[in-house]
Write a protein that binds this ligand. Structure first.
Ligand code: DX5
Ligand code: ZN
Length: 227
């Protein structure tokens, strides 16, 4: 199975006082979706944005909204984020004792379900739900903050997920989040990553549109070499 590689700018790194401008820039650059990081100050040691921001984003862009819930017991908020306009909702394996039920809830609410694993969580923790998700998000930093250093162990997990998908005929896409930038995009794509989340390396540059464009070009080049 081959999917195109898509760039998902993480708005966590954008300037919230002019978020609309940041969104238009990444749209111009060819972003495939917006990655929206929701943090509760409990599952991760930081607080970010919530449902009202997703409602505003829904009005401001046609790009799919890829909502990454870094919150404890995400099942309590799935309905609210679905109604706010999320297209994809990703929940952490570590954040709920009821991962299977929570993933079903996401689909029942009309969104694409995804499961996320922290750097210390093995791929095998997801073995019972591979057939239930549209994407699997491999964290390549410990979640909670933008601008952290990429943890290379993520590459092995991406390769392992790709092998599992092929061996068992699953269809989930493979997403990676944290410390992604021009220096590791090609290697990530060669490993099997198909959705590249990037915050700092897009929004903390002079030209966010160009940063997306060039990352996509590098990714497409790596994909062409691979297939
Ligand atoms: C980290 C978030 C990431 C973050 C990535 O907890 O899940 O989405 O915004 O930021 P960068 O690309 O700066 O590592
Ligand atoms: Zn994220």
């Amino acid at each position: 199975m081959t999917y195109p590689v898509e760039i998902a700018p993480s708005i966590l790194a954008a300037d919230f006082s002019c978020l609309g401008d940041g969104i238009r820039a990444v749209e111009r650059g060819g972003a495939a979706m917006l990655h929206v990081d929701v943090m509760d100050g409990h599952f991760v040691p930081n607080i970010s944005i919530g449902v009202p921001v997703v409602i505003s984003l829904r009005k401001a862009t046609r790009l799919p909204l890829d909502v990454h819930l870094m919150i404890q017991n995400p099942e309590l908020f799935i309905q609210a984020f679905a109604e706010a306009g999320a297209d994809m909702i990703s929940i952490h394996e570590e954040a709920t004792p009821h991962l299977d039920r929570a993933l079903s809830m996401i689909r029942e609410h009309g969104c694409q379900p995804g499961a996320v694993i922290n750097p210390a969580t093995p791929v095998s923790a997801l073995s019972e739900i591979f057939g239930k998700v549209d994407h699997i998000l491999v964290m390549s930093v410990n979640p909670g903050f933008g601008g952290q250093k990429f943890i290379p162990g993520a590459l092995g997990k991406i390769r392992e997920l790709k092998r599992i998908r092929e061996s068992y005929n699953h269809s989930f896409r493979i997403e990676v989040d944290g410390g992604v930038g021009p220096e590791n995009v090609a290697e990530l794509v060669r490993a099997g990553a198909e959705i590249l989340v990037a915050g700092t390396s897009i929004f903390h540059t002079p030209d966010a549109a160009e940063a997306v464009r060039s990352m996509k070009q590098t990714a497409d080049g790596a994909l062409a070499q691979k297939v």
